[in-house]
Design a protein around this ligand. Structure first.
Ligand code: SF4
Length: 350
């Protein structure tokens, strides 16, 4: 099957690059708060941002919001096709609807016409919680088939009116069901897939659940855009999403190799790791930093990094690009390490 590419402004879904997105959690009608949050999300590394458009006032706000941000915006619309039309008119870059829940065929035609003339893709976003009753009845014991059939129905509504600028998602909370569902979607449809575990939970649980599901799918080449859905801030969602991509080497950026610490650790290594992690939050350069607690694995890991430290009883050895550059008294370790890190980050900007 030849896989289809879909353009969301300059982002080409289906090109092999995986894009990270989240949703704003502000009231879309509050333009200032929403713009501020979109900017923070972009700074954290998002490629696109989705906004809920629950009513006309929210749709009106999009006219103002698009003028003040540079990242592609996606309008999330349910039930009222007029909100989709307004969001498109306001300059949104992509729309998420379920064609089956926006009323008559004429309503759908109007949305499709507006999307076509503005070159706006439509994401069909099916969710296990909103599968139509007849499909739930038909596939009682088979939620995977219910999800896939629901997608088939929505896709054919668009294809039947000649629209195929489509992205698909079919989310569920169950990792095992999600994996089976996306494998089938990948086999059946040529369209780019947006992947994520829905309602994945609070930060810790949701991070693990999303990482397992998204990681397995991406490793199989399934998924063009991802969202980590957490009961936490959208910045956390983006950070987790970026780390998933970095773990699979689908994206570059700073990585920290730090030892888990044990009875041999002589310094406050967890504190140093936290400080370094915080400093690297919005750094994009692919830096490999090693923070190691003793002489067992420390020197070899520190040597393999761009900047590394291997701590011993009283001294620590500082490595840069594989060579020892300093022997530091443990009391001065944090300051000297951070100074070296700063100079490495600064080199990035030259
Ligand atoms: S590197 Fe050393 S201090 Fe760190 S966990 Fe391993 S043995 Fe323990």
């Amino acid at each position: 099957m030849i896989r289809q590419k879909v353009a969301v402004k300059d982002l080409i879904f289906g090109s092999g690059k995986v894009f990270v997105q989240t949703m704003t959690k502000t009231d879309t009608r509050n333009v200032n708060a929403t713009v501020e949050q979109i900017r923070q999300i972009q700074k954290a590394g998002a490629d696109l941002v989705r906004l809920a458009v629950p009513d006309n006032e929210a749709a009106e706000s999009i006219y103002k919001i698009v003028k003040r941000v540079s990242i592609p915006l996606v309008a999330d619309v349910h039930f009222d096709y007029r909100l989709a039309l307004k969001a498109i008119d306001a300059g949104i870059s992509k729309i998420r609807i379920n064609p089956g829940n926006i009323g008559s065929k004429n309503n759908l035609l109007e949305v499709v016409k507006a999307a076509s003339s503005n070159n706006i893709p439509i994401r069909i976003g099916v969710n296990e919680g909103s599968i139509p009753k007849d499909l739930l009845g038909k596939f009682q014991d088979n939620p995977v088939d219910a999800l896939v059939s629901s997608v088939e129905r929505e896709v054919s509504l668009l294809e039947n009116v000649g629209f195929n600028n489509i992205v698909i998602s079919a989310k569920t909370f169950s990792v095992n069901l999600l994996l089976k569902t996306y494998e089938l979607l990948f086999e059946k449809f040529p369209y780019p897939l947006h992947v994520g575990v829905t309602e994945a939970g609070p930060l810790f649980q949701g991070t693990v659940r999303s990482s397992v599901a998204i990681g397995i799918l991406l490793n199989k080449g399934i998924g063009d855009t991802i969202r980590v859905s957490l009961s936490s801030s959208p910045i956390d969602e983006i950070r987790v999403g970026k780390e998933i991509l970095k773990s699979l080497e689908l994206e570059t950026g700073p990585v920290i190799i730090s030892c888990p610490t044990c009875g041999r650790t002589e310094v406050n290594l967890r504190k140093l790791t936290k400080v370094v992690e915080k400093r690297l939050l919005n750094v994009k350069k692919p830096l490999k930093i090693a923070i190691m607690g003793c002489a067992v694995n420390g020197p070899s890991e520190a040597k393999s990094a761009d900047l590394g430290i291997a701590c011993a009883k009283q001294f620590a050895f500082l490595f840069k690009y594989g060579k020892i550059i300093k022997k530091i008294d443990n009391d001065n370790l944090e300051k000297i390490f951070l100074d070296e890190l700063e100079s490495l980050i600064f080199q990035e900007d030259l």
